[in-house]
Design a protein around this ligand. Structure first.
Ligand code: PMP
Ligand code: GLU
Length: 396
C-alpha cells in the first residue's frame, strides 16, 4: 500500500475516459456495446494533414521545439484567429500545448491561488472542476437546465460573483449540452463582467466549427473584454485529431508567458510532428473539413428524431458540438425490469447493462438530471442504439 498524495486521492477519475475504458473492456469480452460515451470524431484525420506529418518526419523534425510552439505554427494560429474569429494576437500571446486539456491546466495553474473561485456554468466539461481543484481553486457551479436551453443568464452570473471570484470558464459550443451562446448573449454576460474587472474569462472554443446555428462568437471579440479573455482552441474535434494532442491559447501576453514558463517545467512543449501537421490543418481553408461537419449535422437530426420518440427523454435541440444531453429525471425512482433507477448514474449503467449502449452520467458535468450521448458515431450505430434503448425501456 503506497501513500499517494492528497492531491491525487482527492481527484475524481475522468468519467468520459473511464466510460471509454469500460466500453473497450466489455467489447474485448465479446459484448456488442455501442459506444456513445466518448466525445471523439469517428473520422480519420484528413489525408492532407497526415501527409504533412509524414513529410515532417522525413524532413527530420525530431528535436525539442520551442516550449510554446514552432513560430510557423504560432503564425498559422494567429492567421486562424484573424480569419475565423476576427481576433488579433501576436506571437507573444500564443502558447501551443499538448491538447486543449493542457492549455486549460496551464491557465488554472498560473492564475489561481488557494481558495480562488472559478464560476462554472453547469453543465460544464468534465475536466474543468478537477483541473480547478488541482490548482487549489474552488469551482462555483451555476445550475442551468433543459428548460433554459442550458444557458447561464446574466443575473445568474452576477449572483455567483463574490470578492473571491477569479475566473469564469465555459465552452461554447458546449460540451456536454451542445448549447451555443449567440453574440448578443455573450454581450449580456460581458456587461456583467465589465463591472468586475478582475475576473478573467476562459472561453473554450474547441467546437467552434461544429456549429449548426450560425456564426461562432468569441468573448474576446468585445474590445472591453479582449484583455481579460483566454481563448482556448484545438484540433481534436473539427479536424479529427484527438490522438495528435495539440491545443492552443490566445491570451494576454503576461498570461501566455506564465503558461510558457509552466509548460517549460512540465512537458517542454508539444510533440514536434503533430505541430508540423497542425500548421497544414490550420492553413487549409475550413471548407476542407466541412464534410465532417455536414455529417455531424445530419446525425444530430437522426438522433434527435429517434430520441424524441422515447418517452421520458426531455431534450433541448443541441446547436453545436456532437452531444445530446437529455434530462432523464422522469426515470428516477422507477424500477425497470428489476433494475432500480435512483439517479442519472443508475440510468446510464442501466443503458450499458440492459441496452448495451455506453453514455456518460450528467453527474460528471454538474447536471445530475441528465445523461450525455455523443453522436460522433455512424448512422447505423445511432439507429441501433436508439432501438435498443426503446426496447430496454419497454420491458418495464
Ligand atoms: N474542452 C472541451 C470542451 C472538450 O470537450 C475537450 C475534449 N477533448 C477538451 C477541451 C480537450 O481537448 P484536447 O483533446 O485538445 O485535449
Ligand atoms: N472531450 C471528450 C469528451 O468529453 C474526450 C474525453 C476527454 O478528453 O475527457 O468525451
Amino acid at each position: 500500500m503506497y501513500k499517494l498524495s492528497d492531491r491525487i486521492n482527492n481527484m475524481s477519475t475522468s468519467q468520459t475516459l473511464a466510460m471509454a475504458a469500460k466500453t473497450r473492456e466489455l467489447k474485448a469480452e465479446g459484448k456488442d456495446i455501442i459506444g456513445l460515451s466518448l466525445g471523439e470524431p469517428d473520422f480519420n484525420t484528413p489525408d492532407y494533414i497526415k501527409e504533412a506529418a509524414i513529410q515532417a518526419i522525413n524532413d527530420n523534425y525530431n528535436s525539442y521545439t520551442p516550449v510554446d510552439g514552432y513560430v510557423e505554427l504560432k503564425d498559422a494560429i494567429i492567421n486562424k484567429f484573424k480569419r475565423d474569429n476576427g481576433l488579433t494576437y501576436d506571437r507573444s500571446q500564443i502558447v501551443v500545448s499538448t491538447g486543449a486539456k493542457q492549455s486549460l491546466a496551464n491557465v488554472a495553474m498560473v492564475m489561481l491561488n488557494p481558495g480562488d473561485e472559478v464560476i462554472l456554468p453547469c453543465p460544464y466539461w468534465v475536466s474543468y472542476a478537477e483541473i480547478v481543484k488541482l490548482a487549489e481553486g474552488v469551482p462555483v457551479e451555476v445550475p442551468t437546465s433543459v428548460e433554459s436551453d442550458f444557458k447561464m443568464t446574466p443575473q445568474q452570473l452576477e449572483a455567483a460573483i463574490t470578492p473571491k471570484t477569479r475566473m469564469l470558464w465555459y465552452s461554447s459550443p458546449s460540451n456536454p449540452s451542445g448549447m451555443v451562446y449567440s453574440k448578443e448573449e455573450l454581450r449580456a454576460l460581458a456587461d456583467v463582467l465589465v463591472k468586475h474587472p478582475d475576473i478573467i474569462v476562459v472561453s473554450d472554443e474547441i467546437y467552434e466549427h461544429i456549429n449548426f446555428v450560425g456564426e461562432h462568437a468569441s468573448m474576446a471579440q468585445f474590445e472591453d473584454m479582449y484583455d481579460r479573455v483566454v481563448t482556448v482552441n484545438g484540433v481534436s474535434k473539427a479536424f479529427a485529431m484527438t490522438g495528435w494532442r495539440i491545443g492552443y491559447i490566445g491570451a494576454p501576453a503576461e498570461i501566455a508567458r506564465a503558461c510558457n514558463k509552466m509548460q517549460g517545467q512540465i512537458t517542454s512543449g508539444a510533440n514536434c510532428i503533430a505541430q508540423r501537421a497542425v500548421i497544414t490543418a490550420l492553413e487549409a481553408p475550413v471548407s476542407k473539413i466541412q464534410y465532417m461537419i455536414d455529417r455531424f449535422k445530419s446525425r444530430r437530426s437522426l438522433i434527435i428524431d429517434l430520441m424524441s420518440q422515447i418517452e421520458g427523454f426531455a431534450i433541448t435541440e443541441p446547436e453545436g458540438a456532437f452531444y445530446v444531453f437529455p434530462d432523464v429525471s422522469y426515470f428516477f425512482g422507477k424500477t425497470i425490469n428489476g433494475y432500480e433507477i435512483k439517479d442519472a448514474t443508475d440510468f446510464s449503467m442501466f443503458l450499458l447493462e440492459r441496452a448495451l449502449v455506453a453514455t456518460v452520467t450528467g453527474d460528471a458535468f454538474g447536471s445530475p438530471n441528465c445523461i450525455r450521448f455523443s453522436y460522433a458515431a455512424s448512422e447505423a450505430e445511432i439507429e441501433e442504439a436508439m432501438k435498443r434503448i426503446k426496447n430496454a425501456l419497454s420491458e418495464a
